[in-house]
Ligand binder design. Structure first.
Ligand code: CA
Length: 221
């Protein structure tokens, strides 16, 4: 899953990137408001972590412009501790949640998971489709209750499709969400990955829609 991190403090950015990547996210980092606004306006991210104090355009202005343009990407803002005004302004501007600095990485990850789930319309951290169960907290996929060994790429692909079940996901969207925009892969790489995941999770889980992409059907009932 692809996340945009907007943070001008290099030390914080490095720590957040490390934690997010360890949690299986693909992270793109930008340090100023103008660039942040442009990326968030033109790219699709699963979520955006947005610092408010930024050079160029401040985070609040960036967020307002995204929302005015109809961009609904879930946004977690990083605020100064104790600044209730920042929190209120942030929520008013369209933030989905906020986290006061300094924060623990565990809390950042929990809040991020929660806004991504809410935006996908699923409230539970565990998703089941047929025999297959995704547990985002453990970053594991189970088949009939038995954990399956997946590589990080296989896990990202399976998790993305399971979280977006009921919708056809294009090869490009899938590629960007698991490899990141700066590291584009050809469609063969995705097909090979799909084949490996099918072998591990069962052939019926992921359907191919020729020319459109891939679909994990919403379970009936
Ligand atoms: Ca800052």
């Amino acid at each position: 899953m692809r996340v945009l991190l907007v943070e001008d403090d290099r030390r914080i950015a490095t720590e957040v990137v490390r934690a997010l990547e360890a949690a299986g996210y693909v992270v793109e980092t930008v340090r100023d408001g103008e660039e942040a606004w442009f990326r968030g306006d033109t790219e699709d991210y699963a979520a955006i972590v947005l610092d408010l104090g930024l050079p160029g355009m401040d985070g609040l202005a960036v967020l307002k412009r995204w929302r005015q343009n109809g961009r609904s990407t879930p946004v977690l803002i990083l605020t100064a501790r104790g600044s209730w005004a920042e929190r209120v302004d942030g929520i008013d501007a369209g933030a989905d949640d906020y986290l006061p600095k300094p924060f623990r990485m565990e809390e950042l990850l929990a809040r991020l998971r929660s806004i991504v789930r809410r935006s996908a319309g699923h409230a539970a951290p565990v998703v089941s489709v047929g025999d297959v169960t995704l547990d985002e907290r453990q970053m594991k996929v189970f088949v009939r209750g038995i954990p399956v060994t997946l590589s990080p790429l296989e896990y990202r692909l399976a998790a993305y499709l399971l979280l977006h079940r009921g919708r056809v996901v294009s090869q490009q969207e899938l590629s960007e969400s698991i490899y990141g925009q700066d590291d584009a892969h050809d469609s063969n790489a995705i097909e090979v990955l799909i084949g490996r995941v099918r072998k591990k999770l069962g052939p019926g889980l992921i359907e191919t829609r020729r020319g459109f992409g891939y679909l994990v059907p919403e379970p009936a009932g």
